[in-house]
Design a binder for this molecule. Structure first.
Ligand code: ISL
Ligand code: CA
Length: 559
């Protein structure tokens, strides 16, 4: 057992725009976060992952960066940011920053230069190609709808943008660009940050042929992932980054990695690879996507859900470390998606939280999850702000899809579900702002809010606090291996984790219907200790056979 601080940490993700507004302009900001540091300390999290706070025209809420070394005006100043870092460190917490270097903003000074002429010294920081027969250089579609190429009149060429057209992809083939990025990362690390979350980091190396996916006959755009996911030079780049920057600091790194399998992931996080510490994979987030992708919503089932988790738990065991998350700023709220956000609000939120904190890996809590915040259903598309959602809506409407069907998929998958303001209390705008919020507050703030949760000893918040504490008190919750139980059962998710002579038994009823759990004979023990549960449980309860109540969760330590 190789003890490492980031394996024992619980991370809390902050989406600054929606966390807390300090000055009444309706936009969350750094001083707002500072005013809530005691709340975070009370919860007990160890590390804060701060989504981008850099200068940005906000085409994609800060994921389009126009200056990597200044703070966005909406959020405050560099002095505010330093006060945040000090405030966290002073309370024994750490800070990791979002690193968005697959692309920059088209308003970044590099791009402003690059587009002026083919021989500009920054031209090659981006990916330019001439058109093909009056069309784009290839048939790749953007993640945010339409072509992945944008025509630039001035030089009569197209540039690649896997995301919005205001997010041109950076050309990692260019060594000067890579050095600029390493210099920038070093600048932040020297300020004392504790690591990076790296945005879509497995997309930075593109197949230099940039081949089309189809044969051109359909005229439509296709997902070109095979040519840029885990591309030819990605590991070379990350090893270079590690050698020149990361290895010089005691930090943690987590890379967002689209379309990776556990085998791919092992190449990024393998302990002998000198690349990253963890990746975020998407397999679980795709469990309710049909063949048409994320907007093609299909019902998920527990068998698939368990299989994916088991595959990652066993696939990386002994090779590299897992990251654990059930939602974030790009995903619907976990409770509305995998739990029950009405009748069993509290029970199912606690059940999901139990899963998150009792697997092998580092748990990531997304802001509001600890309160049981839910998805939102705005009546009109005009209330939605997210570029991915709005572009999809416009494209589908233009293609003649039914508006109600589109709205339904937005209700279940839209990113704004996770971006409504934090619900601090039952006052106006949930106490998030004294002004008018940039995106509407979820109307359920009158019952779901932090003030209420802090005052209720039985709240989701207090349960999360206990889960986090358990990870500190029992090494078995962090380091133990994982073995699934009742694998084919469609209602119960159960597993046992073993570290030396200690075992952790986790039993979760994933649904409203009562379900039976049977502990297989192979799991032997002399004493049992109930570590946490979301219902009252008698001390002498027989764990060989449990009649589980709706969304019941129990964790035992066995000796
Ligand atoms: O979840 C997704 C799949 O449809 C996308 O919403 C998301 O764009 C993708 O997961 C990549 O996410 C990251 O990079 C994007 C940014 O919009 C996301 O917020 C970020 O997490 C581009 O920087
Ligand atoms: Ca503000």
């Amino acid at each position: 057992m190789n003890k490492i601080w980031w394996k024992e940490s619980v991370v809390y993700q902050i989406y600054p725009r929606s966390f807390m507004d300090s000055n009444g302009d309706g936009i969350g900001d750094i001083q707002g976060i500072i005013s809530k540091l005691d709340y975070l300390k009370e919860l007990g999290v160890d590390v804060i992952w701060l989504c981008p706070v850099y200068e940005s025209p906000n085409d994609d809420n800060g994921y389009d960066i126009s200056n990597y070394q200044t703070i966005m005006d909406d959020f405050g100043t560099l002095a505010d940011w330093e006060a945040l870092l000090d405030g966290l460190h002073g309370r024994g917490m750490k800070l990791i920053m979002d690193l968005v270097v697959n692309h920059s903003s088209d308003e970044h000074a590099w791009f402003a230069e690059a587009k002026t002429s083919k021989d500009n010294r920054y031209r090659d920081y981006y990916i330019w190609r001439p058109g093909q027969g009056g069309r784009e250089p290839n048939d790749w579609g953007s993640f945010f709808s339409g072509s992945a190429w944008q025509y630039e009149e001035q030089t009569d060429e197209y540039y690649l943008h896997l995301f919005s057209k205001k997010q041109p992809d950076l050309n990692w083939e260019n060594q000067d660009l890579r050095q600029e990025i390493y210099k920038m990362m070093t600048w932040w690390l020297d300020k004392g940050i504790d690591g990076f979350r790296m945005d879509v980091i497995n997309l930075i190396s593109k197949d230099q042929e940039l081949p089309s996916v189809g044969d051109g006959s359909s005229g439509s755009y296709h997902f070109g992932g095979q040519y840029f996911m885990n591309g030819p030079r990605v590991h070379e780049y990350l090893q270079e980054m590690n050698r020149e920057v990361l290895s010089k600091y005691d930090i943690m790194t987590v890379g967002e990695a689209i379309g990776v399998t556990p085998e791919d992931a092992a190449l990024y996080v393998g302990e002998d690879r000198n690349e990253l510490n963890m990746v975020f994979h998407f397999e679980l987030m795709d469990v309710d996507s049909g063949p048409g992708g994320k907007w093609d919503v299909k019902p998920w089932n527990l068998a698939d859900f368990k299989r994916i988790i088991s595959k990652w738990q066993t696939g990386l065991h002994g090779k590299g470390w897992n990251s654990l998350y059930l939602n974030n700023h790009d995903q619907p709220r976990m409770l509305s998606r995998f739990g029950n956000d009405s009748t069993y609000h509290k029970q199912s939120a606690k059940m999901l939280g139990t899963l998150l904190h009792t697997l092998q890996g580092t748990p990531y809590i997304y802001q509001g999850e600890e309160l049981g915040m839910t998805n939102v259903q705005f009546n009109s598309i005009l209330e939605y702000k997210d570029i991915e959602t709005l572009n999809m809506y416009n494209e589908y409407i233009a293609a003649g899809h039914d508006e109600q069907v589109i709205m339904k998929s937005i209700y279940s998958k839209g990113r704004d579900n996770g971006r409504t303001p934090m619900q601090w209390n039952d006052g106006p705008h949930a106490g998030f702002t004294t002004g008018s919020p940039w995106i509407a507050v979820n109307p359920n703030y009158t019952t779901i809010n932090a003030e209420q949760a802090l005052n209720d000893p039985d709240s989701i918040f207090h349960y999360y606090k206990k889960l986090i504490r358990l990870r500190k008190e029992h090494n078995v919750t962090v380091y133990a291996d994982y073995r699934p139980l009742m694998e084919d059962d469609h209602h119960v998710f159960a597993y046992v984790r073993t570290l030396g002579n200690e075992q952790l038994l986790v039993v979760l009823n994933f649904f409203e219907t009562p379900a039976d759990f049977t502990l297989e004979e192979s799991v032997q023990y002399e004493t049992k200790q109930l570590l946490i549960s979301n219902y009252e449980v008698a001390d002498d309860d027989d764990i060989r056979q449990i009649a589980l109540r709706p969304y019941e969760a129990r964790v035992y330590k066995l000796h």
